[in-house]
Write a protein that binds this ligand. Structure first.
Ligand SMILES: NC(=O)C1=CN([C@@H]2O[C@H](COP(=O)(O)OP(=O)(O)OC[C@H]3O[C@@H](n4cnc5c(N)ncnc54)[C@H](OP(=O)(O)O)[C@@H]3O)[C@@H](O)[C@H]2O)C=CC1
Ligand SMILES: Nc1nc(=O)c2c([nH]1)NC[C@@H]1CN(c3ccc(C(=O)N[C@@H](CCC(=O)O)C(=O)O)cc3)C=[N+]21
Length: 290
């Protein structure tokens, strides 16, 4: 039976460490680190995430600047806000909550963020820095996955890692991080032939697909470490209710894996904790304290 990796507890302890770092920053810089979050439109899931981010930013001792804009905001107005935040000395980190409403050019908005304030790690500058090993910001979800893996396994060098999914915000940066740790990395995707066989070779499996419980227990090599990034809302047993499940069939994989993250309570809480971690880092760098 696999060890359950407690992402919720790990994230809480990371947020405490960040809060200590914030106190040190305030003593030296004479101001709080600031995180600006931009939410366009009314997407209910995004509203919940943004509210949680605000609460945890304040709890860590940082300044939270929330910008809520109507769904019919123009591209020009949104870009003007990003420029204003880029120029604002009180803002160390900028996050534009995705997805944006239809009609807005997500890529153009993300690329407008100053890479030194890109605490989401979504700009091409951040992706390029990660790929070439230069200091920058790593996307929060893959960074959180890596922290959980290192905590569980220690040195990752030489391990066979399979990342399922090749998105710019999860799969690709995850693969770069594992490569940096000297894993032998395979990136699987919708065109991969015989995915079960590919996964059976993995000491480390990171599932970031967006398909509920797609990865089955009998794909998992005995003792492997399984990181489930998926957040899928599906109908629950009780009529009219919903529940969250990952991209991995948890019950099946738990029997074979060495360790596995649950959903909820696994990778999800690490994402926000890493956002705070990156924001503190951005503040320290901007003040020459890093
Ligand atoms: N915990 C957290 O904080 C976060 C969780 N998530 C969750 O992680 C999941 C992935 O997110 P994201 O990367 O943005 O998703 P995307 O939809 O951008 O990417 C999904 C990837 O999965 C691949 N894929 C789709 N179907 C299959 C299949 N049948 N077999 C193999 N690969 C397949 C796609 O392949 P192809 O490229 O060929 O189309 C694609 O590369 C989602 O559930 C999302 O909700 C995302 C961000 C943060
Ligand atoms: N610019 C931008 N940056 C993001 O990082 C970003 C984004 N846009 N858009 C949406 C996705 C998704 N995401 C999650 C954050 C926290 C949980 C999380 O805390 N999940 C809890 C459960 C939450 C619940 O119960 O709904 C858990 O897994 O335990 C999940 C998903 C960040 N994203």
């Amino acid at each position: 039976m696999a060890t359950r990796i407690d992402g919720k507890a790990f994230a809480a302890s990371l947020r405490e460490k960040v809060a200590e770092g914030v106190a040190t920053f305030v003593a030296k810089a004479g101001r709080k680190p600031g995180l600006a979050v931009v939410l366009v439109g009314e997407d209910p899931a995004s509203q919940v995430y943004v509210r949680n981010k605000h609460k945890m930013t304040v709890a860590a001792g940082m300044e939270s600047f929330e910008h809520r804009l109507p769904a019919d905001t123009s591209q020009e107005a949104l870009l003007a806000l990003v420029d204003q935040l880029n120029a604002d000395p009180a803002v160390d980190g900028i996050l534009v909550q995705l997805p944006l409403p239809k009609g807005l050019d997500e890529n153009a908005v993300i690329q407008a963020i100053d890479p030194d304030k890109d605490v989401d790690g979504f700009t091409t500058a951040s992706a390029g820095r990660l790929a070439t090993g230069l200091p920058g910001f790593v996307a929060c979800t893959p960074l959180g996955c890596l922290m959980l893996l290192k905590d569980q396994l220690g040195d990752l060098s030489g391990k066979n890692a399979v990342v399922i999914g090749r998105s710019n915000i999860v799969g690709k940066p995850m693969a770069q991080l594992l490569l940096q740790e000297s894993c032998t990395v395979t990136i699987a995707h919708s065109r991969t032939v015989d995915l079960p066989a590919v996964v059976r070779g993995a000491d480390i499996v990171v599932a970031a697909v967006g398909r509920p419980e797609m990865v089955k227990g009998d794909w998992i090599k005995p003792g492997a470490t399984v990181i489930d990034v998926g957040i899928n809302r599906v109908p629950a047993a009780e009529e009219g209710k919903t529940k969250l499940v990952g991209d991995v069939d948890f019950a099946g994989a738990e029997a074979t894996a060495g360790a596995i993250t649950p959903v909820p309570g696994g990778v999800g809480p690490m994402t926000i904790a890493c956002l705070l971690y990156n924001t503190l880092e951005a503040a320290n760098r901007r003040e020459g304290l890093a």
